[in-house]
Design a protein around this ligand. Structure first.
Ligand SMILES: *Cc1c(COP(=O)(O)O)cnc(C)c1O
Length: 326
């Protein structure tokens, strides 16, 4: 379970955001998981460290991932595969309504093209799992060995990457000789990032609460996924010990749906860019930041508390949604 390929060669930096903190009240840090690693970086790389190690262990040479034309997960996988000399196939379908005339060519689509990604486009109605299995069969018939990447990299192995991240944050606060943060704030899509963080802080027995703002599911589904995955991680890492978790999933900032920008999300992106020169995206981190701003306004998070906002990546999306502020 701890077999990893190295996709990140250092800790991601933990940066204080002085101007945002000044404006909103609480002490706000940002964990720069958007930086470092191949393919442009982002949160999937921590997950792929164990998932790809598992693929290599199983003698696979072709990684297959489902995605859409603006998928960070696919772009990061192709980058990691390039680095490691593995083949990759992106099974692609349209999942976000086109936001502008170049939506399927710009941003992540452009970066995947630069990496010469092997993209197989399927119809929007086609089932990912069925199509991925067919493609895997063809790969295997040709004498190669296929490995299917789980959705969002959010299985047990992948989510452990975010247990690593929780431990990294704890270490970084110890180095500062500061108390561990009161809150971790992250976007949540397929749930693995959040589950790993929850498990990590719970196992370390800090008093940190993890707040996840959903960017995909608008109902109880995401909380169920996160809960199940968290328990699975804890059972594997600390079996037979009672571990108390502290987390909250909020589904009120998704807006109309996955990949569809929201007004408060767009405002949050602009605010962070203007105040700190940090770029969020309209699909993930912008919506999570909008949630954080609202929580502080409502005094759910107090002015004397400390927050770490997880920057999960996704900068290429800023280009894909270039017309957001027209
Ligand atoms: C995939 C992704 C997420 C969501 O992470 P999950 O582990 O799937 O919940 C958040 N932010 C960015 C930028 C992503 O690419």
């Amino acid at each position: 379970m701890n077999n990893k390929v190295k996709l990140l060669n250092r800790q991601s930096s933990l940066e204080f955001l002085p101007n945002l903190s000044n404006k909103l009240g609480p002490k706000i840090y940002i964990k720069r998981d958007d930086e470092g690693g191949r393919g442009g970086g982002g949160n999937k790389l921590r997950k792929y460290e164990r998932i790809i190690a598992d693929a290599i262990h199983k003698k696979a040479d072709t990684l297959i991932i489902a995605g859409h034309f603006q998928s960070n997960a696919a772009r990061e996988l192709v980058g990691a595969a390039c680095q490691l000399g593995l083949k990759s196939i992106v099974v692609c379908k349209s999942m976000i309504p086109e936001q502008n005339p170049t939506f399927n060519q710009n941003g992540n689509a452009l970066l995947m093209k630069l990496m010469n990604a092997h993209i197989i486009t399927i119809d929007a109605e086609d089932d990912f799992q069925i199509e991925m299995n067919k493609i895997a069969n063809n790969v295997n018939k040709k004498g190669n060995k296929a490995y299917l990447i789980p959705f969002g990299g959010s299985n047990l192995l992948g989510s452990l990457g975010y247990l690593d991240c929780a431990n990294e944050i704890i270490e970084q606060f110890q180095e500062k000789e500061e108390k561990t943060p009161d809150y971790i704030v992250t976007p949540t899509g397929s749930g693995g990032t959040m589950a790993g963080l929850i498990a990590g802080f719970a196992i370390a027995q800090t008093s940190t609460k993890v707040i996840g703002f959903s960017v995909l599911h608008k109902d109880q589904t995401i909380e169920n996924i996160v809960n199940k995955l968290t328990n699975e991680i804890i059972e594997n890492v600390k079996p037979k010990i009672d571990i108390i978790t502290d987390f909250e999933v909020n589904t009120k900032f998704v807006g109309k749906g996955y990949g569809i920008p929201t007004e408060n999300g767009n405002n949050a992106i602009k605010m962070l860019a203007e105040l700190e020169g940090v770029f969020l995206c309209p699909v993930y981190t912008g919506k999570a930041m909008a949630g954080l701003v609202q929580y502080i306004k409502e005094n759910k998070i107090k002015k004397d508390e400390t927050i770490v906002f997880i920057h999960t990546g996704g900068m290429p999306l800023v280009h894909a949604y270039y017309n957001l502020y027209d």
